[in-house]
Design a protein around this ligand. Sequence first.
Ligand code: RB5
Length: 147
Amino acid sequence: MKIAIGSDHGGYELKELIKKHLQEKGFDIKDFGTDSTESTDYPDFAEAVGKAVANKELEKGILICGTGIGISIAANKIPGVRCGLVSDCFSARSTRQHNDANIIALGGRVVGPGLALDIVDTWLGSEFEGGRHQRRIDKITDIENRY
Ligand code: RB5
């Protein structure tokens, strides 16, 4: 599976950890930056990763900023992106099963490294359940189309 990853400076260290972890597991990772802890603007990375996932160039995306909040807000502005901000494994599983989230956002200053890796593994190991959840996803797409 091809996965896009990106972060601002607040998520840089966690991005590097997640990238290494997933590469060791055999995932094909495309890193959209940032490349250091020097101050950057999270919308730039949200747009790069969000565009690649919305275009289906890459299957899924992982975004990290200090809190995960700004980068998830920015990513969700792109039609076709469903980015869930998660800080626990239950939400990580649910955002695949119920929301068909194609991107997750994490807070590099919120979750510790061990929990972050468990969250990522849980999310990637979970599947969308369809059914009534598909109806709700379709309503989200309707909202995108109307505004
Ligand atoms: C950067 O200092 C910080 O504002 C950013 O990483 C993020 O937390 C925004 O939501």
